[in-house]
Design a protein around this ligand. Structure first.
Ligand SMILES: [Zn+2]
Length: 272
């Protein structure tokens, strides 16, 4: 299973320039023609080539509610056309009017959570806006997926200020909510060795998206030792990286842990 795959409707993937000026974050991530975009059809083809049985696909949480809705409609359609191969997450912009209604619409239609959302902890109001969405997800037992970044190391497009400190604050503000912090939570897993932090992170998981781009393959053994393999979820960040790139290092885990990381943990968290 690959639990971190980005999809775009053909209209957006085929004409990205038309959308660049409409959303600052989309602009920052996709201005470069080298930043790859994939439609659901392309995702399924790549899954076949890479031996991936099931993918969790993510739309893009545009600030504009109309664009979020367009992306969510596409994700819903993609999941409906390949229910055995694709599960989907809702993309909503927490501060936008109607965000809660849009999330409810998507979850009622079968999407498995909300994300990947990106926050800037310096932006006032981000957490207040998130509260009703987090409560809705908690009640339904579905996860929130949040983009996390390392507080140090090399720079790259999308590296933000949502680092382990902000991740911990978010988890503490929403006890009982399942949260998947992408990109290994920016290194948060290390602090699970502190008993009080581990307690606060009881419902937190880490995905492996783009890890090959960030860490030495030994990192998976370190996550398993610090946080436990039960908290690690395989995701590639396709089409940024092909699925096999982030598998390097997983072979060092035990067979049982590999099964959990590549399927069991995600099935539990996304209720699949
Ligand atoms: Zn991300």
């Amino acid at each position: 299973m690959d639990s971190h795959v980005h999809v775009f409707p053909p209209d957006i993937a085929g004409d990205r320039d038309a959308y660049l000026g409409r959303d600052a974050r989309f602009d920052a991530l996709y201005r470069s023609p080298q930043a790859r975009m994939a439609t659901a059809e392309e995702v399924v083809r790549a899954m076949d080539e890479n031996g991936v049985a099931l993918s969790v696909v993510l739309g893009f949480a545009f600030k504009d509610r109309g664009l979020c809705r367009e992306v969510n409609d596409y994700v819903l359609e993609a999941v409906a056309s390949a229910p055995a191969r694709l599960a989907g997450m809702a993309a909503v912009s927490p501060g936008a009017p109607g965000a809660l209604a849009e999330l409810e619409r998507c979850l009622d239609a079968g999407l498995r959570g909300c994300g990947e959302l990106t926050f800037d902890p310096a932006e006032s109001g981000a957490y207040a806006d998130l509260a009703p969405l987090a409560e809705c997800l908690r009640e339904r037992g579905l996860p929130l997926m949040v983009h996390a970044s390392e507080p140090l190391g090399h720079d790259y497009p999308g590296k933000g200020r949502f680092t382990p400190r902000a991740c911990l604050d978010l988890a503490q503000a929403h006890p009982g909510l399942s949260i998947v912090f992408s990109h290994l939570g920016g290194g948060l897993f290390v602090y699970e060795l502190m008993p009080e932090v581990r307690r606060a992170l009881a419902d937190v998981y880490y995905d492996t998206a783009a890890v090959a781009y960030l860490y030495d393959p030994a990192v998976y053994e370190v996550v398993a030792a610090a946080a436990g393999a039960g908290k690690l979820i395989f995701g590639s960040d396709y089409p940024l990286l092909p699925p096999d790139r982030c598998l390097v290092g997983i072979e060092r885990l035990t067979a049982g842990d590999r099964e959990a990381v590549q399927s069991g943990n995600a099935r539990k968290v996304f209720k699949l």
